[in-house]
Design a protein around this ligand. Sequence first.
Ligand SMILES: *Cc1c(COP(=O)(O)O)cnc(C)c1O
Length: 229
Amino acid sequence: MICTNLEQTRSVIRETALKCGRDPQEVKLVAISKRMPAEMIAEAYQCDQIQFGENYLQDAEEKINRLPSALHWHFIGHLQSNKAKMTAELFQMIETVDRLKIARTLDHHAGLLQKKLDVLVQVNVGREPQKSGVLPEDASDLLRAMQSLHNLRVRGLMTIPPYGQEAEASRPWFQALKKISMKLADKNFFYDNKAIELSMGMSGDFKVAIEEGATLVRIGTAIFGERSL
Ligand SMILES: *Cc1c(COP(=O)(O)O)cnc(C)c1O
């Protein structure tokens, strides 16, 4: 079941990329395994899925420690300073950095761990008060300040656009993130300005995200099925 879903999702990613003239290799699938048991993650790993995303630290810790160390974990939840140490230890990429204080704390812990931590800056493109993420106009100051944090590698940007019924509703938000990333690239604010990651698109709208330049799509439901709760 999970393998079938994975293969189906991979082929949609591939076809969508090819249709809009992109190299399919440029679009990586992050399987969002939040609230899914370790057994299901192991099943996805059997089908060559390496990158997984989790948003709840306690839950993730247990699973990460039980599963093979070859797995590559993305943190996609809200970051808390008092849990930065554990987050820096467990995850290879942190997608939700949105303020300088948490960036400094993560940098400090990465340093103690002698680890370079890949991070994305989360942008609140829809300016929704209930959502995390730096406001678009503040992104440049945040990235500028992060230049001195040498244990963090700012690989790109991430966004969760305002909820829309239709996938098309996400398009302007994805375009907005791409545009912000280009401005920041002009200032050489990314670790690798020629390979900027854009994490955007979920089960409902990842095709549109790929059309607008996504390099990481975060897909849960289409792979693991509906989450209870
Ligand atoms: C849950 C979640 C996803 C995956 O959503 P699906 O609709 O299940 O694909 C992607 N990104 C974030 C930040 C999430 O919290």
